[in-house]
Design a protein. Structure first.
Length: 510
């Protein structure tokens, strides 16, 4: 056996690492499930706990806010105290917070439980992704492992609406939160047996001021983007984003002056790292933003139940799983930049089909288009994540993984805000002058603002008059969806070219 052969064999993962990978997919599946099932339970939760509109908004959003704000901190904390240790601490906390959420007796209790779920959830994704980077040192094996990781996230997204709907039909609303408890128990038991511990031996102490600045930067920007999607430009959304941006700049300046920064800005000197992060941010932003409106189209325009809508989304999820599995094989012969760019062009075709969907019989065309979107976005998720994590030195894997996850969170928030503004503007423009005469000022304002408002108004009106409200509202919403899909197609077409150019130096893994 030659020296090179022995070195390659030492890099290759064995059975224990592959079994450990199965353990690391558990939190990935769970967080994907948790991101989808709550929306189905909102009507029952609102009726039972008597939420105000503001309380309900916080209960839904606080989870994502806390995850987005703490990913960088938790990723770097894992580098310092140990990634397996942080993963297990987070698993115990997530399980306990799930029980608290399931047994909540007031809006305040559920909001607090959701905040705890976000805090502990922020430990899970960067820890699991960083451990994959440490366990699979061979580039080809690491690519396969990350492909499995992404695939399991896709599985969670796919089965979430179906499983959540089935639970809500048979049990009370708290059952959707209890999904996390057995998963976390398995993780805590199996982690010490199958997962090695990794930490940065040279890491210093966590800087509290950096943690505060990172939260102060991320939370206002995410809040501002969400508010922008719901209300358009107003003083509060703009002020929040400005405050977050200023604090973000202060965070960057502080990191540059610290010997042990919370985020090592030198990672951005690696062109593959920066380019992959940009592709993930914009690619997931367009897909995540459009996904929200596709689910609304299925339920509010086509009139499907949550379970039926979930089943119609399954073909796209299956395509995402299949493409994720094939990506490592393709990149053995084709450079990653060409794979990502070529696949994104498939997404452009899918977005193009969605621009042609109508409000009456557009379901088959919508599903076909979304299958193509998911097929094209999958290689970007697999290779982008692999490039971000693989570009960092082993001791910084947690920080790099956290940046990957933060980029995804920001991308989705940006996509929802940007495409949401497009849909809202198009809806309001197209519905103007189409509503029947005789509506009160309040009813006309509600129906003219959003499709959900039009649905509520139509339910209070006699049959023929209600139809005169809801039919033009559905057509206006579909027009907004068409326009948003066109914008997404244009953005992703530019992104495809950018990926081919910016990642052209990255070679295939033989």
């Amino acid at each position: 056996m030659t020296t090179d052969t022995r070195a390659d064999a030492a890099l290759r993962a064995g059975p224990r690492e592959w079994l450990g990978l199965l353990v690391l997919t558990l939190p990935t599946i769970l967080l994907a499930l948790d991101a989808t099932v709550l929306n189905l339970a909102v009507p029952e939760i609102s009726a039972d706990l008597r939420f105000s509109a503001t309380e309900l908004l916080w209960a839904v959003d606080i989870y994502g806010f806390m995850i987005a704000g703490l990913l960088v901190t938790m990723g770097t904390l894992g580098d310092r105290i140990g990634r397996r240790k942080l993963l297990m601490i987070g698993a115990v906390g997530f399980g306990a917070a799930s029980v608290l959420a399931a047994t909540s007796t007031s809006p305040e209790m559920l909001i607090a439980a959701r905040a705890l779920l976000g805090i502990t959830g922020a430990t899970l994704m960067p820890s699991s992704l960083a451990l994959i980077s440490n366990m699979f040192k061979d580039p080809r094996q690491r690519g396969v492992a990350i492909s499995v990781w992404v695939t399991c996230f896709s599985v969670g997204i796919a089965v979430g609406p179906v499983l959540g709907g089935a639970l809500l039909e048979r049990f009370w609303w708290g059952s959707v939160f209890l999904l996390g408890v057995p998963v976390m128990v398995v993780l805590v038991v199996a982690a010490p047996l199958l997962l090695p511990e990794y930490r940065d031996p040279g890491a210093g102490r966590v800087d509290p001021a950096s943690v505060a600045l990172s939260l102060g930067a991320v939370l206002p920007v995410v809040y501002g983007l969400k508010r922008l999607a719901e209300h358009g430009f107003d003083v509060l959304s703009v002020a929040a984003m400005v405050i977050g941006t200023v604090l973000g700049l202060l965070f960057v300046f502080r990191q540059r002056g610290l010997a042990d920064p919370l985020l090592d800005l030198r990672l951005f000197r690696n062109r593959a790292f920066s380019a992959a992060l940009l592709v993930l941010l914009l690619g997931l932003g367009t897909m995540g933003g459009l996904y929200l409106f596709i689910t609304q189209y299925l339920q509010l325009v086509q009139g499907l139940s949550p379970i039926e809508a979930g089943l119609w989304l399954l073909p796209a999820a299956v395509a995402l799983i299949a493409a994720s599995s094939l990506t490592p094989v393709i990149t053995r012969k084709v450079r990653p930049g060409h794979v990502v760019g070529g696949a994104l062009l498939i997404s452009v075709l899918g977005y193009g089909l969605i621009t042609q969907v109508d409000s009456a019989g557009g379901l088959p065309l919508l599903v076909t288009g979304f299958v193509l979107v998911y097929t094209g976005i999958s290689p970007m998720m697999v290779l982008g994540t692999d490039l971000v994590v693989g570009s960092a030195p082993p001791e910084k894997a947690g920080s790099a993984a956290a940046m990957s996850e933060t980029g995804m969170e920001f991308g989705i928030a940006l996509g929802v805000a940007g495409l949401g503004s497009v849909v809202t503007a198009a809806y309001r423009n197209e519905i103007t002058g189409t509503l029947p005469d005789g509506l009160s000022g309040a009813a006309s304002g509600a129906a003219g603002s959003t499709l959900t408002g039009a649905e509520a108004v139509a339910r209070e009106l006699p049959g023929p008059l209600g139809a005169q409200v809801i039919e033009p509202a559905r057509e206006a919403f579909t027009g907004g969806l068409n326009l948003a899909a066109g914008v997404a197609a244009a953005v992703v077409a530019v992104l495809a070219v950018a990926a081919m150019v910016l990642l052209r130096h990255v070679r295939s893994v033989d």
